[in-house]
Design a protein around this ligand. Structure first.
Ligand SMILES: Nc1ncnc2c1ncn2[C@@H]1O[C@H](COP(=O)(O)OP(=O)(O)O)[C@@H](O)[C@H]1O
Ligand SMILES: [Mg+2]
Length: 322
């Protein structure tokens, strides 16, 4: 197995919530609460969980866009949790992020060719204009766009094509690690498959490592080598993609799996509908944070301290009973 490219150890990310004119800290939003995992080189970790569970916060903290409250993030064994500005710039090239709809982050007044030129010049500052645009055209082709698209503006593209532009811009700087944050979630299923295929092909060709964030397990199934299931700032279950899909242990994972539509209706399993919404990360439930919605709750679940434990080799669960 390859070495870990990213290692996260006991990461906590708390957002302070202020009150009054003096802006005193009233409380903390515990978005990420003691998360540890590793991502091996050239592999994909799928990070799943309902909205508000802290997935984006994990991704943004790896990119140093949000400061860690405590814990450590390592990139190739180097602690990058609190790096200085100069080092951050270098790291910003090696670690990229692709958002749900890059439209918001694409300058509407800039031709997409120029947007990608800019990214190439971060990696190769000494290229001539002609050499740069030549490289841009190669990248446009690589992501399934055309050289003729060079002079078009972001609004001239569909959602799927815009996602290809976001991918083009990300790979133009030749990163080693990409956080894909709900990168296909707003697309039609057939277009989702195209983009997932593109990301997989690029991964093989360019030896990329991905953290692939989604709220839906069916989306991560195709692309992930490993899956981490997150709930209210905690990793509830972790294992290889096959293990999670074949013998999930945690009641939360099982409920997420039951929500995936089955192609063969005769193999239908009972859908488990969880009560209510994810509780607030300001006032997290005591004990196991999932106990308020758990359909397998035991009396002691509001008191236990959850800990991710290895149940079978490489298969970890935070539920002491499952
Ligand atoms: N910049 C922020 N300031 C304060 N709270 C935030 C901020 N970003 C996210 N949160 C809160 O942190 C929690 C986790 O959010 P997020 O990481 O976006 O989860 P997810 O990506 O799983 O939907 C949520 O309760 C959200 O409201
Ligand atoms: Mg998110």
């Amino acid at each position: 197995m390859n070495k870990e490219l990213i290692t996260i150890k006991n990461l906590k990310v708390y957002y302070p919530k202020y009150k009054g004119v003096l802006r005193k800290v009233a409380c903390y939003i515990k978005a990420v609460d003691d998360v540890s995992f590793g991502i091996h080189q050239k592999s994909t970790l799928g990070l799943v969980g309902e909205s508000g569970c802290g997935k984006t916060t994990v991704g943004k903290t790896i990119l140093s866009l949000i400061p860690a409250t405590s814990g450590h993030i390592f990139f190739k064994d180097k602690d990058i949790t609190h790096i200085q500005e100069e080092e951050r710039k270098e790291l910003a090239r090696k670690i990229q992020i692709i958002f749900q709809d890059p439209y918001g982050s694409l300058n509407p007044k800039m031709m997409i060719g120029k947007i990608i030129d800019e990214a190439i010049n971060i990696r190769y500052p000494n290229l001539s204009g002609e050499e740069t645009s030549h490289k841009t055209c190669q990248i446009l082709n690589k992501v399934g766009l055309y050289e003729d698209d060079y002079g078009k503006y972001p609004h001239e593209f569909s959602g799927g094509q815009r996602q290809r532009i976001g991918i083009a811009r990300a790979i133009a700087v030749e990163p080693e690690f990409i956080v894909c944050d709900e990168s296909v979630s707003s697309l039609d299923v057939s277009i989702q498959a195209d983009i997932l295929n593109l990301l997989k092909d690029l991964q093989t060709e360019k030896n990329l490592t991905y953290l692939f964030i989604a709220h839906d397990l069916s989306v991560v199934k195709y692309i992930s080598s490993y899956i981490a299931v997150m709930y209210l700032g905690h990793i509830m279950e972790y294992g290889s993609r096959d293990v999670i899909f074949r013998k999930a242990l945690h009641p939360y994972t099982i409920s997420l799996l039951s929500a995936i539509p089955k192609p063969d209706p005769s193999k239908k399993t009972q859908r488990i509908i969880l009560k209510g919404d994810v509780p607030s990360p300001i006032h997290k439930p005591s004990g196991c944070p999932f106990h308020t919605r758990c359909y397998m709750k035991k009396p002691e679940c509001d008191r236990i301290i959850i800990q991710l434990k290895e149940r079978d080799k490489g298969h970890w669960t935070a539920c002491p009973f499952n």
